[in-house]
Ligand binder design. Structure first.
Ligand code: AMP
Length: 283
C-alpha cells in the first residue's frame, strides 16, 4: 500500500520542508497544481495541503505522516504523536498588550478580550491558569485588533518579536513554544515498511544538521590530544599520510561546539582543517 506524507503547500514551513526532504534523498517533482506527487524511489506519495490542514489529514487517515507546526497541531485538537521535532519553523505563541496598557502580567489579563488566530490553545491555556478571558478568533492581522478596539490584548505567533514592536505591542508571556514536527497517528513510529523508512530518513536529516564532519592533518603524536577534543561516535578515524609521522584525522562534531573546538584543534597541532556538512546521520 502506498504511504502518504502530508506537507505544507505554501507558507513559512513549505520551503524548509522541501529542503529537508531533498536532503533526505526523497526524489519527486512538484508541479504547481498537483495535490499528490509520487516519490520515485519509495512507495510513498507526498500530499501538498494547507499547513493548517495537515493534522486533520493525518488524523482522518488520508495521510499516514505529516509535517506541521506544534502550534497548529495543538490548535487542531487532534490526538497525534509527535515523532520528531524538525529544528525549523521555531516560533512562540505570545500574549501581548498595547504598550500604553497598565497590564503587566497574565493575571492582569483576567476578564479581557484576547484576539488570536489560536483560540483553542489560548482558551485552554487561560483555563489552566484559572484566568477567565474571552477570545476573539481572527484568522489574520491579529496585531491590529487592539487598535480597532475589538480586543484588549492579543495572543499571536512571534519569532523575532519585531512585528509586535512595530505594532506598538508589549509581550507579557509566552504560552506555547513551537517548531515544525513530523506527526503520525498513535503508535505510527512502531510500524515497519515505508513508514519506518520515512521516519528514519527524516530523523537522519535532523540528526545530521546538528553535526559537522571534520578532517585535518596532524603529527601522529598529537592524536591523543585531538581525540579528546573530537571523540566522534566510537573514536576518530586516523589514516596514515605519505609522510612519516603525519596522519589525517576524521571525526564528527556537534555544530554548536565547532566555534570553540576549531582553535583548540589548531592549538593541538592540527592543520589543513576541513569542515563538511553531513546529509544524513544514523548514530
Ligand atoms: P503559514 O501560515 O502557512 O505561513 O504557516 C504558519 C506556521 O509557520 C505557523 O503556524 C508556525 O507553525 C510557523 N511559523 C514559524 N515562525 C512563524 C512566525 N514568526 N509567524 C507565524 N508563523 C510562524
Amino acid at each position: 500500500m502506498t504511504i502518504r506524507l502530508a506537507v505544507p503547500n505554501k507558507g513559512r514551513l513549505q520551503q524548509p520542508t522541501a529542503t529537508m526532504l531533498k536532503q533526505g534523498g526523497f526524489s519527486y517533482e512538484k508541479t504547481d497544481r498537483a495535490l499528490a506527487v509520487p516519490v520515485r524511489n519509495m512507495d510513498l506519495e507526498v500530499l501538498f495541503v494547507r499547513t493548517d490542514d495537515v493534522a486533520e489529514f493525518v488524523a482522518d487517515g488520508v495521510a499516514d505522516l505529516g509535517i506541521t507546526g506544534i502550534d497548529l497541531l495543538t490548535e487542531s485538537g487532534m490526538d497525534l504523536d509527535i515523532i520528531e521535532k524538525l529544528g525549523f519553523g521555531h516560533c512562540r505563541l505570545t500574549a501581548a498588550v498595547p504598550k500604553i496598557s497598565d497590564i503587566t502580567s497574565l493575571e492582569g489579563l483576567r476578564d479581557t478580550r484576547i484576539a488570536t488566530s489560536h483560540p483553542v490553545t489560548t482558551q485552554r491555556f487561560f483555563d489552566e491558569q484559572g484566568i477567565a478571558i474571552t477570545t476573539v478568533p481572527l484568522s489574520g492581522s491579529v496585531e491590529v485588533a487592539p487598535k480597532l478596539d475589538i480586543a484588549d490584548a492579543i495572543v499571536d505567533l512571534v519569532s523575532s518579536g519585531s512585528t509586535m514592536l512595530i505594532n506598538g505591542l508589549r509581550p507579557i508571556a509566552d504560552i506555547l513554544e513551537s517548531e515544525a514536527v513530523l506527526v503520525g497517528r498513535a503508535g505510527t513510529s512502531a510500524v515497519n515498511g515505508t513508514i519506518a523508512q520515512v521516519i528514519l530518513t527524516v530523523q537522519s536529516v535532523v540528526a545530521a544538521r546538528r553535526k559537522r564532519y571534520v578532517m585535518m592533518n596532524a603529527p601522529a603524536d598529537a592524536v591523543a590530544a585531538i581525540e579528546e577534543l573530537i571523540p566522534g561516535f566510537a573514536a576518530p578515524t586516523v589514516i596514515p599520510l605519505a609522510h612519516d609521522g603525519m596522519v589525517a584525522v576524521h571525526s564528527v562534531v556537534d555544530s554548536a561546539r565547532l566555534g570553540r573546538v576549531l582553535p583548540e584543534l589548531k592549538e593541538a597541532g592540527a592543520s589543513g582543517i576541513l569542515v563538511l556538512p553531513i546529509d544524513q546521520l544514523i548514530a
